[in-house]
Design a binder for this molecule. Structure first.
Ligand code: FAD
Length: 350
């Protein structure tokens, strides 16, 4: 079969406990952008048990078609049955592009499926585009058009690589939550629905993981990706106790505290709060970077914020290169003053 016979941009519509994960809608947003230059449509692959009710949401967020594999065997995520279904869908429907979220589930499912259908996968992409490959013409090498150009940090984040998959289909990529933007939902938009007989793909065998019990971690976690204002602290804050300064500022301004990796490595804050390449990607309205130097791996996770305010005692800190407003000075003096000023302003307007 010729590569040109593979058509359409597909996304894996991750759901957990019958609820669509935000990444599914984010991938639909990107898939719609990619489908335009390719003059093709967007298909969501929905796998689970009793998940038919999610089809309309996928349609409203941009799916033209939804392939549904609904079976009790697919209720809780397990590598084997999910991989069998997704690989089966790829073999039967032959998508040109297959996008998967770089979530715990997607990081397991994506590579398993790409190996089964004998194609490549670029993990943790920060940008996806359609274009020519090689990017610049190379003498003696054919420049292919309409390729999926998958961009991601490489070599420990010290460089940015654009990767293509010119000789195999589908072109597969995983994208971390928070990187792509959802479309505004179009109320009442409908998609063509294809109900698969999941049993056709799922081969029961004794190598499956058997789910005996699901124990949910009830620890209260903070979703920094949903926060409108983030007050982020770095190693410069100095200690876990000194984060009190940032808590006070966050309380005054209605924000949420997040941090750099140095802070997590020091055990001052949990990993859930880490922003950056190996943490979370955030795009709040306001991002305070306090005592954060602005290493490329940190900036990769916050540079899309609407407004960045940096406080750092080193005027040459790279964080000032991406900041909209910068304050050079000791955070121990500046942060309390800022908190007091915000409180005073709020009291005046109360
Ligand atoms: P530092 O770089 O030590 O900066 C501290 C800053 O505080 C300095 O600029 C200093 O001038 C300032 N400062 C100190 N005292 C004060 C004061 N009293 N008042 C004001 N300013 C003060 N990092 C991440 O954050 N997120 C990631 O996801 C991530 N992923 C990584 C992945 C890989 C593969 C690698 C190799 C690295 C990764 N890193 C990540 C680490 C990254 O390279 C940096 O080491 C880290 O971001 C530094 O954290 P920091 O800015 O808090 O600390």
């Amino acid at each position: 079969m010729a590569l040109s016979d593979y058509k359409g941009v597909y996304i894996f519509a991750q759901q957990v406990d019958g609820e669509l994960s935000s990444i599914a809608l984010e991938l639909l947003g990107k898939a719609n952008e990619l489908a335009q230059p390719l003059n093709t449509d967007v298909t969501a692959v929905l796998i689970g048990s009793n998940v038919g009710g999610l089809v309309d949401t996928l349609a409203e967020y941009g799916a033209d078609r939804v392939i549904v594999a609904d079976d009790p065997a697919l209720e809780t995520y397990r590598t084997e049955p999910y991989a069998q279904v997704l690989a089966g869908v790829i073999n039967e429907y032959k998508p040109e592009i297959m996008l998967v979220g770089a979530t715990a589930i997607g990081r397991d499912l994506g590579p398993t499926v790409s190996a089964r259908v004998a194609t490549g996968l670029t993990a943790d992409c920060t940008s996806l585009d359609i274009g020519d490959f090689p990017l610049q013409p190379v003498p003696g090498q054919e420049q292919l058009h309409n390729q999926l150009l998958m961009t991601r940090p490489a070599f420990g984040g010290n460089t940015i690589a654009t990767i293509a998959c010119p000789n195999n289909r589908p072109q597969m990529a995983t994208v971390r939550p928070g990187v792509m933007v959802k479309r505004t939902p179009e109320k009442g938009r409908k998609a063509e629905v294809i109900n698969l007989d999941a049993k056709k793909y799922v081969v029961e065998n004794n190598k499956y993981v058997e789910v005996l019990n699901v124990v949910k971690n009830m620890e209260k976690t903070v979703d920094i990706q949903a926060a409108k204002i983030l007050v982020s602290g770095g190693r410069g804050v100095g200690s876990a106790e000194n984060f009190k300064l940032l808590d006070d500022l966050a309380d005054a301004i209605g924000g949420t505290v997040s941090c750099s990796r140095a802070v997590v490595d020091n055990g001052w804050k949990p990993k859930d709060l880490q922003v950056g390449q190996t943490g979370k990607t955030v795009r709040p309205k306001v991002y305070f970077a306090i005592g954060i130097s602005g290493a490329i791996q940190h900036v990769a996770g916050m540079e899309e914020s609407d407004m960045i305010i940096a406080i750092n005692k080193d005027e040459s800190a790279p964080i000032f290169d991406v900041a909209d407003y910068g304050i050079v000075g000791d955070l121990n003096k500046i942060v309390p003053l800022l908190t007091e000023a915000i409180k005073a302003e709020k009291a005046k307007n109360a």
